[in-house]
Design a protein around this ligand. Structure first.
Ligand code: GDD
Ligand code: MG
Length: 338
């Protein structure tokens, strides 16, 4: 089960038009990267727990196959939060055996087989994959006993109050019995309701893992995902044709005088003379006028960056926005609305 119904607040304005997991990494929608990895691990069937802009997923994959996995679409009538979404999608897909749950905005090469074995060996009701991070305050923090039993689940604590730097990596193994304890209607959170209850009961386990892991949900993390793919830090066979640390779709035009470093130019873009692009992503249809410089920024579909502009960390330019010539922008800049 893949949770993909969040509204992507931190990636606005891009997510006003495109759900987070349909944003492309090197031209491939993120959901496809996630499903492809699952396919490599032998997963054949999945249900997508959808809520926000569901038609974009359904229309992009009319055959019902994403990254080699057969999918069904469970569309929530209203946002049900993470446990509510799990309850709804499980009923929709008639799940009655051990199943996996994934946050659909996470790129990882976690060994799922190992996680399932750990879950079975511990006789757990649910098992969480853990990842060590420097700043746990953005995540669910999960202290455990040495044998992996979860002592507490603390969602997004203040940085100085986090009991450990091991965080919820957003991949879970669930027994169907967990479904019976989720309240039957309305919004329920797996992080704030279900996991703390299971932890108190002593039936929730967690397995640390040090494979590649990234939650792509902020502009900085989305850029990081792209750069990691470009530099081969995460390998995915869907990603091809990276040249000198950059990926340029063949339908795009880049002037030979432009300088590109660790950047992505998606389809139908135009990059004019003397432009500098560094650690940046141009989504389809973007135009960068001559002598503009764009660093550590994401430029949304069909946006235009005026000549001699200078965009620095971290600008997120929404779809069809026109940035005037000679603009100077940096800091946490978001341009464009609904
Ligand atoms: N179907 C559905 N319905 N999906 C939802 C809903 C909902 O109402 N709300 C959120 N989701 C999906 C999002 O699309 C995303 O894939 C996943 O649930 C997690 O939501 P995020 O909004 O990305 O949460 P987060 O990144 O702040 O925190 C979560 O992920 C961290 C790891 O990446 C938590 O699970 C943390 O505990 C965890 O550490
Ligand atoms: Mg997230």
């Amino acid at each position: 089960m893949i949770l993909v119904g969040g509204i992507g607040t931190r990636l606005r304005p891009l997510t006003y038009e495109t759900p987070k997991q349909m944003l492309p990494i090197l031209g491939v929608p993120m959901i496809e990267c996630v499903m492809d990895t699952l396919c490599q691990h032998g997963i054949t069937d999945a249900v997508l727990a959808l809520g926000y802009l569901p038609d974009q997923f359904i229309e992009a994959y009319p055959s019902g196959v994403i990254g080699g996995v057969n999918v069904t679409y469970a569309v929530e009538p209203e946002p049900l939060d993470t446990s509510g979404a799990i309850r709804f999608a499980a009923k929709f897909a008639e799940i009655d055996e051990t199943f996996l749950v994934l946050n659909g905005d996470v790129i990882t090469d976690l060994d799922i087989t190992k996680l399932i074995k750990f879950h079975r060996d511990h006789g757990a009701q649910a098992t969480i994959a853990l990842h060590a991070v420097d700043d746990p305050s953005r995540f669910g923090v999960v202290p455990t006993t040495p044998d992996g039993r979860v002592i507490a689940f603390v969602e997004k604590p203040p940085r100085d109050e986090a009991p450990t730097n091991l965080i919820n990596a957003g991949t879970y193994v669930f027994e169907p019995s967990v479904l019976d304890r989720i309240a039957p209607t309305g919004r329920v959170s797996v992080e704030r309701d279900t996991f703390p209850e299971l932890a108190a009961e002593g039936t929730l386990y967690a397995m640390p893992d040090d494979s590649y892991w990234l939650d792509t949900g902020t502009p900085q993390a989305f850029l990081q995902a792209n750069v990691d793919f470009l530099l081969g830090r995460f390998r995915n066979h869907l990603v091809k044709d990276v040249v000198d640390g950059c990926w340029i779709h063949p339908s795009s035009t880049v002037d030979p005088s432009a300088t590109l470093i660790n950047s992505v130019v998606d389809r139908n873009c135009v990059v004019k003379a003397n432009v500098v692009l560094e650690d940046s992503v141009l989504l389809p249809g973007v135009v960068i006028q001559n002598d503009a410089q764009v660093r550590f920024s994401i430029i949304g579909h069909h946006a235009v960056i005026g000549a001699f502009s200078n965009l620095g960390a971290t600008c997120v330019v929404g779809a069809s926005v026109h940035v005037e010539a000679h603009s100077q922008l940096s800091g946490d800049v978001r341009l464009g609305g609904v």
